[in-house]
Design a protein around this ligand. Structure first.
Ligand SMILES: Cc1cc2nc3c(=O)[nH]c(=O)nc-3n(C[C@H](O)[C@H](O)[C@H](O)COP(=O)(O)O)c2cc1C
Length: 213
């Protein structure tokens, strides 16, 4: 089946695209408004974009409805210039999902999800205490595209619990962190527990010598 995007409704495009660009990492983003109130919401339009300098990107669609109103996360980042990406692991999956509920403005998602905060080291926005890893970010730019905003954040500090660090690289012990990924808009996720495929790259010299895997 061929889908002609120009003839489709945004919702239909969304449904297909988030099933095709998958699995995706999930950023549980903490941000703060001018009164210091915390906000937490998950975003899977998320990835690192470059490492020198270290920049991550978030795609934040405006609130539903015909008006151009940014979600609280995009708004807070624009006003305060800072946010934290808390890495979503299996043990945080249910709490992450609670944070995506559209609670009234005076209800704290973190409280509803049973999550606590811990101070960050560089930015003033706290991280989530239960998260095993977090990226502290300062806003590099927010690009408005139609009804969406692409937030580029420069990573200024990375918190990782010691047990997940292999000091040799340093690398992340990904087999032990148990990050999860989002698969589509129907509530499907993937676990990464016991799901690893190890496939080192083949140097050209070894390819020439006959190595094929
Ligand atoms: C796993 C998951 C991933 C999501 N990814 C995105 C995303 O990439 N962009 C987006 O605009 N909304 C995304 N959402 C929806 C937001 O989390 C939701 O609209 C949230 O209420 C926004 O909160 P805020 O207004 O406090 O920023 C996602 C929801 C879930 C459950």
């Amino acid at each position: 089946m061929l889908f002609e995007v120009e003839k489709m409704e945004p919702r239909q495009i969304y449904n297909l695209l988030i099933g095709l660009v998958a699995p995706r990492p999930i950023a549980l983003v903490t941000s703060m408004n001018e009164q210091g109130q915390m906000n937490a919401a998950p975003f899977s339009a998320y990835n690192y974009l470059c490492t020198d300098p270290p920049v991550v990107g978030l795609g934040v669609t405006d609130k539903p409805g015909g008006v151009f109103v940014p979600k609280d996360t995009a708004r807070n980042i624009r006003r305060g210039g800072q946010f934290v990406v808390n890495v979503v692991t299996e043990d945080l999956a249910k709490a992450m999902n609670v944070c995506a509920t559209d609670f009234p403005a005076d209800v704290s998602e973190l409280e509803m999800a049973g999550l606590a905060t811990a101070p960050s080291s560089v930015v003033k926005v706290p991280r989530i205490r239960q998260a095993h890893a977090a990226l502290e970010c300062v806003e590099h730019a927010t690009i408005e595209i139609g009804r969406s905003r692409i937030v580029l954040g420069r990573v200024v500090a990375m918190f990782v619990e010691d047990e997940f660090i292999d000091p040799k690289g340093p690398y992340i012990k990904a087999e032990e962190l148990h990050a999860i990924g989002r698969m589509n808009g129907l509530g499907s996720y993937v676990r990464t527990r016991d799901a690893f495929l190890n496939m080192p790259r083949i140097p050209y010299e070894e390819w020439k010598a006959g190595r094929r895997e």
